[in-house]
Design a protein around this ligand. Sequence first.
Ligand code: SF4
Length: 184
Amino acid sequence: MTDEMKVGKIKIATASLAGCFGCHMSFLDIDERILALLEHVEFDRSPITDIKRIGDCDLGLIEGGVANAENLEVLREFRRHCKVLVAFGACAVNGGIPAMRNSFDLGDCLRESYVSGIGVHNPGVPDDPEIPLLLNKVHPIHEVVKVDYFLPGCPPSADAIWTFLNELLAGEPITLPYTQLHYD
Ligand code: SF4
């Protein structure tokens, strides 16, 4: 456990911004090891708990890049409330798949998707005020807030997540073995 983290159970929050929830699914793939983890941690806001508003936490895991106004708000809220913030998976680290739209003009993307693309019926760009406004580009999270750790992978494997959390909670340097970091 790092000096920055409190003694006793540490509080973890997680969120998926512009991601596919694959990183969260990989987290759940630690399977029964989650029981051992729960002896040392408790979950605050997370898709796992369905808590909607984050409280003060020791550790925040952010999946996905920053693609819209709501992503920005959530990310800044996590940075305010988490002592340690982790870019969790490729989309958070470098924008990943959602950032592939960065090569194109946002207006062209919307026109292709909702107005003139193949197979579009009832053309019209959705404009319900409940829908968060898209940013012109998708950003990796370190372009918006300070990030303490980067855990790469699409998704990071369950074993990599397990190693990372154990070493982080033990206050040890993160030393992921090659087998948990290569993807070929
Ligand atoms: Fe999904 Fe991969 Fe992005 Fe994780 S890194 S959110 S698994 S596309």
